[in-house]
Design a protein around this ligand. Structure first.
Ligand SMILES: NC(=O)c1ccc[n+]([C@@H]2O[C@H](COP(=O)([O-])OP(=O)(O)OC[C@H]3O[C@@H](n4cnc5c(N)ncnc54)[C@H](OP(=O)(O)O)[C@@H]3O)[C@@H](O)[C@H]2O)c1
Length: 231
């Protein structure tokens, strides 16, 4: 049995990724606060902002992981805040890092011992993992850390047959984008892509499927942005 463990499959990219892996015959386990709307997905209710979340869900996860011949672990959930590097209190930064950086490590710590060769650890990062824009301090910082974590894993997993990669979406049509970008600014955002449109969550899901099946990508940072137009 192949298993996908994914965070944040209640909406957006995570939801479409769960659907894509179901189509391939994977058992899919979603970790988030709201349920994944797909009936076949096993929902494990969890709030990644709570430092002890892993102890709460470990007993539910363990039997599923034990019977998996191959596990794809996808760190997809994240928090996006509007804040400035000049005036953000450290508690705000700490809270974002808890969800975007510390929670993935807690999951890695728990899941890696069950991973057999052929398994993968994938991160949904962002174009903001390798560049910064004004007003996204905590997000930019955490997404850069995501790349660091992925690369460190590549080094420390060497020889175990487990590969890693980070997929960096550009502007993708999800709740997160709509909450972040006012409706009247959406046309500007569309035109920041070389194709003049938003990315669909399915396009990112397909990229994640490809990454999970491609050990040759071990350690890769994969930009999935339709080509952003730099001004
Ligand atoms: N959309 C874009 O333009 C874009 C661009 C670059 C990168 N990304 C990245 O893509 C990934 C997916 O985002 P999306 O665009 O698909 O947004 P989304 O539709 O808003 O989904 C975000 C997911 O994260 C989960 N989540 C957030 N906080 C959580 C918490 N404390 N505990 C558990 N789950 C939590 C949410 O689940 P619950 O609310 O149910 O808990 C939700 O399923 C994120 O890593 C994001 O940074 C998105």
């Amino acid at each position: 049995m192949k298993t996908l463990v994914i965070t944040g499959a209640s909406s957006g990219i995570g939801l479409r990724t769960a659907a894509a892996f179901l189509d391939l015959g994977y058992e899919v386990v979603n970790l988030s606060r709201r349920r994944c709307p797909l009936d076949k997905v096993t929902h494990v209710n969890c709030d990644l902002s709570q430092p002890g979340f892993m102890e709460v869900i470990a007993p539910v996860m363990q039997p599923m992981l034990e019977r998996s011949s191959e596990i794809a672990l996808i760190h997809n959930a994240s928090r996006l805040t509007n804040d400035s590097a000049v005036e953000t209190p450290s508690n705000t930064l700490r809270a974002v890092l808890e969800v975007n950086v510390v929670a993935p490590n807690s999951l890695n710590y728990f899941v890696i011992p069950y991973m057999k060769p052929g398994s993968s650890i994938l991160f949904v990062a962002s174009t903001l993992a390798e560049k910064a824009v004004p007003g996204s301090f905590c997000y930019v910082t955490s997404k850069h850390a995501t790349i660091g974590m992925m690369r460190a894993l590549t080094q420390d997993l060497a020889g175990r047959g487990i590969h890693t990669a980070a997929v960096c979406p550009g502007f993708t049509d999800t709740e997160m984008l709509r909450q972040h970008v006012p409706a009247d600014a959406m046309d500007i955002v569309r035109n920041m892509s070389a194709f003049g449109r938003l990315i669909t969550p399915d396009e990112i899901a397909d990229t994640l499927v490809f990454a999970a099946r491609s050990p040759v990508l071990n350690g890769a940072v994969i930009h999935a942005s339709l080509g952003q137009v730099e001004r």
